[in-house]
Ligand binder design. Structure first.
Ligand SMILES: Nc1ncnc2c1ncn2[C@@H]1O[C@H](COP(=O)(O)OP(=O)(O)OP(=O)(O)O)[C@@H](O)[C@H]1O
Ligand SMILES: [Mg+2]
Length: 505
């Protein structure tokens, strides 16, 4: 017989309904002592729901959960949290106006509060130490809302590390991290694992899933379709299992872009974030922007769009002239799809239909009168095109899975005649199938003459989709790569300051 496997967690026949919709169906899930178990599946497959149930945030309707020999199905949330189980959410849940340190200590103030004064100094030292271990360089005193999503996840991670951990669940921690940040995070996960913490890892980048995990569970439409040893499976097999169809490759053909400049940015400055940045993007070109988290990539897009204060420089659309404000950007047919879509791109408490229509009112209303038939038609078209998984168009956006929210926030722009698309992390959080559809959309739009400026931390996406790449570092352009110069290594060298090439600096 084989080695005796001790399970720390045993879930039996879990089922969960939201209204009429069964989102988990008879799910069995076991986690062995000390394993790193990955969960993969399409957007809306039920991954987040499963881990929310395991961590006690959402009640299960049917089924039993055993954690370290105790039945936790009906336990009080406080008990579950004190049992050493921590979930790091797909969308970080922090207090945006409080500082990093305050967010990390929120729990502790309550707990240490028995007449004793909270020791801020000690907490600050600990927090700094943990942040340094994770390789983060932001200040513990900056308000959390000033941080990128990736950095916010790190703050969540620090809070988790301060607790006594037995089971750490990370729901898509790498969605907007670049390779070196992923490596750092994986080192932390491995270290925790070596010290006895069991790990559940949810991710859409399958190469990372294969790298970090020891076993993989595949969910499809709320059901477990396979449990595989990582060493005995492949990316292709996982895709087949989770999607059940072939995925088109998305390499951009290098010839397409024209000579005609669509947007010209000169000497753009936004204090603290963007320093003397100049570039052009041509009609039909996909210009990739690479760099590490914090390099100023998102801020660059925001400054170009007029959202962020600009202290110097110029942005000029060849067809519509100078752009200084958001209003001018919109009338120049520029669109910005932001990274943090839950906060910047969507009205969470409105229906999917309304969210899709709000950017398209010019197409659906005349003389201030709404045409509801037309609205429904446009909403349905977009829902179908992007395969948004929902129960009806009148469902609230907040009820969608993370990846499906992303799809809605992308889709709502795509009915408009956009000449210049500024897009931040186009496939953050979306599954492999939808990712390839988004890539095809970007490719086709470029072929039709749209100019695309795309920030991406996903190295494959950046390299496969871009005609040209500029790499940012500390708010500046560290170098530019095109044609055969484009490689993962070249991007990383520029991003980390190991090389300088092309223009800038
Ligand atoms: N509060 C809710 N009310 C209604 N439906 C919900 C709610 N939360 C989740 N759902 C539905 O449950 C299904 C599973 O969602 P879940 O978030 O678990 O998916 P996921 O596998 O994590 O997807 P993603 O990869 O997009 O994060 C989705 O169809 C979603 O719309
Ligand atoms: Mg999810």
């Amino acid at each position: 017989m084989g080695v005796l496997v001790i399970n720390v967690l045993e879930c039996k026949s879990l089922s969960k309904w939201y209204g009429e919709a069964a989102v988990l169906k008879n799910v069995d899930f076991n986690l062995a002592q000390n394993e790193i178990h990955a969960i993969v599946g399409e957007n809306g497959a039920g991954k987040s729901t499963l881990v929310k149930i395991i961590s006690g945030l959402v009640p299960v309707d049917v089924g039993t959960i055993k954690f370290e020999d105790s039945d936790r199905t009906f336990a009080h949330i406080r008990e579950i949290q004190n049992s050493g189980v921590t979930l790091i959410h797909q969308e970080p849940r922090l207090f945006p106006d409080l500082s990093v340190l305050e967010n990390v200590c929120v729990d502790y103030q309550v707990r240490d509060g028995k007449g004793k004064r909270f020791n801020w100094k000690k907490a600050e030292e600990e927090t700094k130490e943990l942040l340094a271990q994770l390789g983060c360089s932001f200040s513990v005193h900056s308000p959390v809302k000033a941080l990128s999503v990736a950095d916010q996840q790190m703050v969540d991670m620090v809070s988790a590390l301060r607790k006594k951990l037995k089971l750490l669940i990370v729901d898509e921690p790498t969605a907007s991290l670049t390779p070196s940040e992923v490596a750092r995070l994986f080192a932390t996960i491995r270290k925790l694992n070596a010290s006895g913490v069991s790990i559940i890892f949810i991710g859409h980048r399958l190469e990372e899933v294969l790298e970090i995990s020891t076993r993989v569970t595949v969910l499809k439409d709320g059901e477990v379709v396979a449990v595989k040893k990582t060493s005995e499976t492949t990316e292709d097999e996982l895709i087949r299992l989770m999607v059940g169809r072939n995925i088109a490759a998305s390499k951009t053909d290098s010839r397409s872009s024209s000579k005609e400049v669509s947007l010209k940015v000169s000497h753009l400055e936004s204090p603290g974030f963007v320093a003397d940045v100049s570039f052009e993007v041509k009609k039909g070109e996909i210009l990739g922007i690479g760099g590490l988290v914090g390099a100023g990539r998102s801020e660059l897009l925001e400054t170009v769009f007029g959202l962020r204060k600009r202290t110097a420089g110029e942005v000029v659309s060849s067809n519509h002239g100078s752009i200084k404000t958001v209003k001018q950007a919109i009338s120049a047919r520029v669109a910005l799809v932001p990274e943090d879509r839950a906060h910047n791109g969507l009205f969470l408490n409105r229906s999917i239909g309304e969210n899709l229509v709000i950017t398209n009112l010019n197409l659906t209303s005349k003389g201030g009168k709404r045409n509801f038939g037309k609205e429904t038609q446009i909403a349905n078209e977009l829902i179908e095109k992007f395969r948004v998984k929902l129960s009806s168009a009148s469902q609230l956006v907040r009820e969608l899975s993370g990846g499906n929210q992303q799809k809605v926030s992308l889709a709502k722009w795509l009915k408009q005649e956009v000449e210049i698309l500024l897009i931040d992390e186009p496939s953050r959080g979306v599954d492999v199938g939808s990712k390839s559809e988004i890539h095809q959309f970007l490719n086709n739009s470029a072929k039709d003459g749209m100019a695309v400026v795309m920030v991406s931390s996903d190295m494959r996406e950046l390299i496969e989709l871009s005609h040209r790449i500029i790499v940012m570092r500390n708010g500046r352009i560290a170098g530019e790569l095109s044609g055969s110069e484009i490689s993962e290594e070249a991007v990383l060298r520029l991003a980390s300051g190991l090389a300088t090439a092309g223009k800038g600096n």
